[in-house]
Design a binder for this molecule. Sequence first.
Ligand SMILES: CC(C)(COP(=O)(O)OP(=O)(O)OC[C@H]1O[C@@H](n2cnc3c(N)ncnc32)[C@H](O)[C@@H]1OP(=O)(O)O)[C@@H](O)C(=O)NCCC(=O)NCCS
Length: 194
Amino acid sequence: MEKQPILATGRLYLRPFDIADAPEVQRLCGDYAVAATTLLPYPYPDGLAEVWIASLREDVGHGDAAAFAITLAPGGSLIGGVRLRIDADHARGELGFWIGRRCWGRGYATEAVRAVIEYGFSVHGLHRVYAMHFSRNPASGRVMEKCGMLHEGRFREHVKKWGVYEDVDLWGVLREPAPRTGTYIPPPLRGMSL
Ligand SMILES: CC(C)(COP(=O)(O)OP(=O)(O)OC[C@H]1O[C@@H](n2cnc3c(N)ncnc32)[C@H](O)[C@@H]1OP(=O)(O)O)[C@@H](O)C(=O)NCCC(=O)NCCS
């Protein structure tokens, strides 16, 4: 079983999720404002948080994820979460994150996501970290930008959310970053065989 450390940043403590976090996860993720820009259901059903935390702990144990509960003090109450889904074959991780609404706009997501990107590179030896957000959720894109990720493109109507096809933006960062040009410009296609 993989064991996760506690990551201390300037203001935050990132620790493993515990099953005891379930009621708070349900309360914070049950907020319409959080559900509306994620793939979370609304309303958030009873029992889902327990199942989610258990599966998260299993994924972490198998090395398929790193997941951190965000708190403001050691032993303090939960304010959000960051997860890195790890694909070891490709040495890449996909980020997902949320902050409880009362704590938005204080730089907490940026601080936590930066620490988890660094953790993915240094501890899991990842080569690439990427993340996606609904194009109508610029705050999430701004967090990714502030964490040194490059905007790599937009998938049109990539996700069906509550019956509506939604555009999704893709951001990524490499351990050895390419020179920053704002937007990733792919090299010209040559005769390609996979
Ligand atoms: C997206 C989210 C994680 C941001 O958390 P946060 O702690 O408020 O983020 P930060 O304070 O670190 O940074 C937010 C940035 O977005 C900016 N921002 C906020 N609303 C914005 C908007 N409508 N348009 C553009 N930028 C916006 C803020 O000004 C800030 O940037 P700045 O530091 O340059 O001023 C939070 O809103 C959230 O949990 N939302 C619901 C779940 C979600 O969408 N998760 C991401 C899924 S990919």
